[in-house]
Write a protein that binds this ligand. Structure first.
Ligand code: G3H
Ligand code: 13P
Ligand code: ZN
Length: 311
């Protein structure tokens, strides 16, 4: 099976009341760690690349690894641009083999966001590539852009129908209280998501796939390992898994996870190096990081996403 776009995946996910994991990839161990889990659990998956990941790993290497994952697993895999910031970047990714792109005009005013998103949709749809748009702004750091909590804004459900019908997007990322990074809530703050907004969006866009960014749960066992071996992430806190499960049973068809993978990889490397002070073979510590990523992705598929055996 070749790389796929997200159309069929999201249709099945919406109807089945589950979500597809969209995992950020930056190197070979991360790609392999993710797809090993998906293969074992027979799960479709979205591998997503930010523009800084693309700069770091370089297109040909990332694309080659993702193609290898498709060939090796035979799973439905979409290659997605995460947080595309311009038409030119989206076009470049579409022209070089991505099957899905996000155009993130969430920082623009409504009319500018509509115009930019529509331009990307027109180009992408002519090439069978699906497009994710965004309305509302998450807090946190993404692609070198930091949005302070006081500048973040929830999605206005009153805008979603007009945005979707004027742009033609295939899915919509909304802001309901998730945020990027590993420190999503202040210590002592009770994690909360605006399910009332999600419900209203769902009512206004029946059957339409919604995307949750900033949706890592920052698994405590990996935070503990990082801290045990010299890290200082005691205040890291993510989205509770029961909230993610609820979102997946509603209109959320794509759940974005990057921080949980970073944490797993870092935990594995720290642990291996601390336990083997004379060790200096990258395959040993990166191998543990890769195994930890596989464990995390299996956990997500089984306990949060519900997409096992949906390939
Ligand atoms: O939402 C952003 C992702 O976590 C990607 O982060 O730009 O540092 O690769 P990055
Ligand atoms: P996390 O930082 O919660 O993993 O979110 C990642 C994300 O939204 C990528 O677009
Ligand atoms: Zn994001």
């Amino acid at each position: 099976m070749p790389l796929v776009n997200t159309k069929e995946m999201f249709k099945n996910a919406y109807e089945g009341g589950y979500a597809i994991g969209a995992f950020n990839v930056n190197n070979m161990e991360i790609v392999q760690g993710i797809v090993d889990a998906c293969k074992e659990l027979n799960s479709p998956v979205i591998l997503q690349v930010s523009s800084s990941a693309r700069k770091y790993a370089r297109h040909n290497y990332l694309f080659g690894m993702v193609k290898a994952a498709v060939d090796e697993t035979g799973l439905p895999i979409a290659l997605h641009l995460d947080h595309g910031s311009s038409f030119e970047l989206c076009k470049d990714c579409i022209d070089s083999g991505f099957t899905s792109v996000m155009i993130d005009g969430s920082h623009l005013d409504f009319e500018e966001n509509v115009a930019l998103t529509k331009k990307v949709v027109d180009y992408a749809h002519a090439r069978n590539v699906t497009v994710e748009g965004e309305l509302g702004q998450l807090a946190g750091i993404e692609d070198e852009v930091k949005v302070d909590a006081d500048k973040a804004s929830f999605t206005d459900p009153g805008q979603v129908q007009e945005f979707v019908s004027r742009t033609g997007v295939d899915s919509l990322a909304i802001a309901i209280g998730t945020s990027h990074g590993a420190f999503k809530f202040k210590p002592g703050q009770k994690p909360q998501l605006r399910f009332d907004i999600l419900q209203e969006v769902m009512d206004r866009l029946p059957g339409f796939p919604i995307v949750l960014h900033g949706a890592s749960s920052v698994l405590p066992e990996y935070v503990d390992i990082v801290n045990r071996y010299g890290g200082q992430m005691a205040d890291a806190i993510g989205i509770p898994e029961d909230m993610l499960r609820k979102a997946a049973s509603m209109a959320v068809c794509k759940i974005n996870v990057d921080s949980d993978l970073r944490l797993a990889m870092t935990a594995g490397i720290r642990k291996n190096l601390a336990e083997n002070p004379t060790g200096f073979d990258p395959r040993k510590y990166l191998g543990v990081g890769r195994d930890f990523i596989t464990d995390v992705v299996k956990h997500k598929i089984q306990n949060v996403l519900g997409c096992a055996n949906k390939a």
